[in-house]
Design a binder for this molecule. Structure first.
Ligand SMILES: [Zn+2]
Length: 478
């Protein structure tokens, strides 16, 4: 069955020879059996379904390269302004982790995150989570193209005083967790939906032993999986790797043979040239570029702590493949893209340092390349029919001289009307078809209440939720 979107007002089409997206106006987009058969101009072939494209902007589905669907949604209203001053912007090692999602809240959390992603135009995502029962089926039910990325390490950590990170190394060096990850990835690849895949996600260079990381990369080479690791994510991690190995996390990974074209580095923000990192050399950016590794850029969580990538423009000029991820809550990809664009300009003090087209490229082609795919993130004949219909009649989109700019800087997810994955409708008129968003939100509300009750017992100091994450305004009169 062929579906044709007739006379779309605007299309973001892929110009393969030029290697860039271009606008086409007043054209048709047709797809059949999950693939695009026609993009731009008049489609003259047969069609069983016809959609009026007037008043619509048709763009490729976005690729969310890095998200934590099972842990982050519960942090809404909690983690935006919570760090750990004694560990001086420590990223992973901060106080929000005591607001954990319990087993009952895990699936609803993921369901909320997947819904948010779809509603913001995401058609492909990578979820870095601890595996749980029903994970793959929930991903499949979302209708998206999804990569399960089980996260694990050789160690966990805790603190007894809020100033020192203590590593608790597993007696098996994380091997059992790796074995479980492999089983989940293989099950994803076999999943009947045909839209799931996987990749191992060893957590960070300081929480994984060199042996574990080497074993993971061996499996990735053997099975053609991507290798997804947080790196240069926190100042603490940079200091710890320097203490252990006398070098930066990026150089350490390169020396271990872990920087390859199949490597996805989240977030690679504290490179040796970053102004918060004092280092004698300036090699990290070139090292990533030479290895052909990708960077999963997720500006929001860092910006909340006052930190930016230095910089999107500089990484891109060096030849690094940049992709965009939502990472934390909100899992709103268009919001994340707006931050990437604005903060890229701020980091360089230059309006031209990052333009809308650069961020759009990263959120589509960059993500696809990081995943090793040349058939997603683009509207071109033969590519998968993953597309987003943006409502140009929505008040937030008007007036609309330039749909991508208006979408990014003004409307964001409000104007996303319909989303297709493999030519199948997964969001219709702003509603996710395969998920029960409302029920999941109710379950997540309850999970957040339960989580706060246990904070004092989980925090080293015995402080409760209100001390660790005070309300934005004092609550009075109770
Ligand atoms: Zn992450």
């Amino acid at each position: 069955m062929t579906t044709v979107i007739r006379d779309a007002s605007w299309i973001a089409a892929w110009d393969a020879p030029a290697g860039r997206h271009v606008y086409r106006r007043h054209g048709d987009v047709a797809f059949k059996d999950g693939r695009l058969s026609h993009v731009g101009g008049r489609y003259e072939g047969p069609a069983q379904e016809e959609i009026d494209g007037r008043g619509l902007f048709v763009m490729p589905g976005l690729v969310d390269i890095h998200s934590h669907a099972t842990s982050q949604p519960l942090y809404k209203g909690i983690c935006e302004e919570v760090g750990n001053p004694e560990l001086w912007w420590s990223g992973l090692y901060d106080n929000k982790l005591v607001f954990e999602t319990d087993a009952e809240g895990t699936a609803p959390s993921a369901e909320v995150a997947y819904a948010e992603m779809l509603l913001s135009g995401v058609t492909s995502f990578v979820d870095l989570s601890a595996p749980f029962d029903g994970w793959l089926d929930l991903m499949a039910r979302s209708g998206a193209r999804a990569w399960a990325a089980p996260m694990f390490g050789s160690a966990t950590w805790h603190t007894d005083d809020g100033r020192n990170v203590i590593y608790d190394w597993a007696s098996d060096d994380g091997q059992a967790a790796l074995d479980e990850a492999v089983a989940v990835i293989e099950a994803a690849e076999r999943h009947e939906s045909g839209r799931l895949a996987g990749m191992p996600a060893p957590s960070t260079p300081d929480l994984c032993s060199p042996r574990l990381l080497g074993a993971v990369m061996g499996l990735c080479q053997q099975n053609r999986w991507r290798f997804h690791i947080h790196a240069s994510e926190s100042i603490h991690e940079v200091q710890e790797i320097r203490r252990r190995h006398g070098t930066t996390p990026i150089r350490y990974l390169a020396d271990q043979g872990l920087l390859t074209p199949r490597t996805i580095l989240a977030h690679a923000i504290y490179a040796d040239t970053h102004s918060w990192v004092t280092w004698s050399r300036s090699e990290d950016i070139a090292t990533i570029a030479q290895a052909g590794a990708s960077v999963a850029h997720c500006p929001t969580p860092f910006a909340r702590y006052g930190a930016v990538l230095e910089s999107f423009g500089r990484y891109r000029e060096a030849g690094i493949n940049l992709a965009i991820g939502t990472d934390t809550t909100p899992h709103n990809m268009l919001d994340e893209m707006r931050w990437a664009c604005v903060l890229g300009k701020v980091a360089d003090g230059n309006l031209d340092a990052v333009l809308t087209a650069d961020v759009f490229h990263a959120a589509t082609i960059g993500g696809a390349r990081a995943l090793g795919r040349d058939d997603i993130g683009r509207l071109a004949p033969g590519a998968r029919a993953d597309l987003v219909l943006v409502d140009l009649e929505h008040p937030s989109m008007r007036p609309c001289r330039d749909p991508l700019r208006v979408l990014l800087f003004h409307a964001a997810e409000r104007a996303v009307r319909d989303v297709y994955v493999d030519g199948r409708l997964v969001v219709a008129r702003g509603r996710v078809l395969g998920l029960d968003h409302e029920r999941a939100l109710s379950a997540l509300d309850a999970a957040q209440v339960r989580s706060q009750q246990g904070v004092a017992g989980r925090h080293w100091s015995g402080r409760g939720a209100e001390q660790i994450a005070p309300y934005a305004l004092p609550v009075v009169g109770e």
